[in-house]
Design a protein around this ligand. Structure first.
Ligand SMILES: [Cu+2]
Length: 342
């Protein structure tokens, strides 16, 4: 099927070039014109057509903007989110202005100065005034934008000193594990050499690990309470992207990265706001990290404190998982011994 489609495309291109060369030949035969000189009328015509193109093009851009408006992210669901959105909107407004302005100026030139036989071009090699204008204005605007961006980043990355719940997000090809630090709010030690069957994260024998809770597929956060994420990766660079909370951080093998934020809207509230009972917050991998990168995601549920505590009570701690695994292993050994005795 793919081959057929490709064959059809190639044949179309070949047929197209044939038709074009035939058209060119017949035009030459029919033509009474002896030279290639473009007339003033033709130039005027081109100038007018550029204006039509400008209107159609800007109209198309506006249409796209309106048509895809509902595809952009909903209201930010984190405390720092509105600040990121403001920065985004200011940048977008600026580049939209420049985009429209440069197109209008450019096409106005082709319209106003459409070729005329009588026209003579002005020649000048250098203009200090022009150089100054197009260097100083962008420099000022861009410096302002960068200063604003750095200020926002500073606010976002160094949040208040309210004690945050520590959660580790562990990335590997191709899934995520969330590790809650438990009652002590401390993540236990790990070593990559301990990674193995039943120990994806390489956790070590450490009392701080005992109350840690590991979950996959979905993890929960509390509305109004800060959460400090610590990111790790086993293999390649992944990127933890939580778009609804305006949060993203790289997960780099061999080092720990961090991001802290406070969710402000529960999943239930957001479902009502968006009038979409199926809505879920999401954690995505935002680095093309391999074959099934597209599927590397986890749902995020923002709960009230009570809902969260109820959910957390249902989860098994690392110590519980470990002792269950030991019991299963012991049972298996018994079975093997019994079988060999028989
Ligand atoms: Cu990934």
């Amino acid at each position: 099927m793919t081959f057929l489609v490709l064959a059809v495309i190639v044949l179309f291109v070949l047929a197209g070039t044939r038709v074009m060369s035939i058209a060119a030949l017949s035009a030459e035969l029919r033509s009474s014109r002896k030279d290639e000189t473009i007339t003033d009328a033709e130039n005027r015509n081109q100038g007018n057509m550029w204006v039509l193109f400008l209107i159609a093009f800007l109209g198309f851009c506006l249409w796209q903007f309106m048509a895809y408006k509902d595809k952009i992210l909903p209201e930010a669901a984190s405390a720092h989110g509105p600040e990121i959105d403001r920065l985004f909107n200011v940048t977008l407004a600026l580049i939209t202005l420049v985009f429209i302005g440069t197109h209008i100026v450019m096409i106005y030139q082709t319209y106003k100065y459409a070729g005329k036989k009588a026209n003579r071009a002005t020649y000048f090699a250098h203009s200090n005034k022009l150089e100054l204008i197009w260097t100083v204005i962008p420099a000022i605007v861009l410096s302002g934008l960068i200063a604003y961006g750095l200020t926002v980043w500073n606010d976002v990355i160094y949040p208040g000193d309210k004690k945050a719940m520590v959660v580790e997000l562990y990335a590997k090809q191709f899934d995520w594990t969330a590790r809650y630090s438990g009652k002590d709010n401390q993540l236990g030690r790990y070593d990559f050499r301990s990674i193995g069957e039943g120990n994806d994260l390489g956790l070590l024998e450490d009392a701080k690990n005992d109350d840690d809770v590991l979950v996959k597929g979905e993890f929960h956060l509390i509305k109004g309470e800060p959460v400090q994420f610590k990111f790790r990766s086993r293999d390649v660079i992944h990127s933890a992207f939580m778009p609804h909370f305006r949060a993203q951080m790289n997960c780099v093998p061999g080092m720990e990265t961090m991001f802290e934020f406070t969710p402000t809207i529960t999943t239930a509230e957001m479902r009502t706001k968006l009038n979409n009972p199926k809505f879920n917050y999401i954690l995505l991998c935002n680095k093309i990290c391999g074959a099934t990168h597209f599927n590397m995601q986890m749902d995020i549920v923002v709960d009230t404190k009570e809902e969260f505590n109820k959910w957390m009570a249902e989860q098994k701690t690392w110590a519980q998982t470990q002792s269950a695994a030991k019991q299963t292993a012991a049972a298996n050994v018994n079975v093997t011994e019994n079988t060999s005795a028989n």
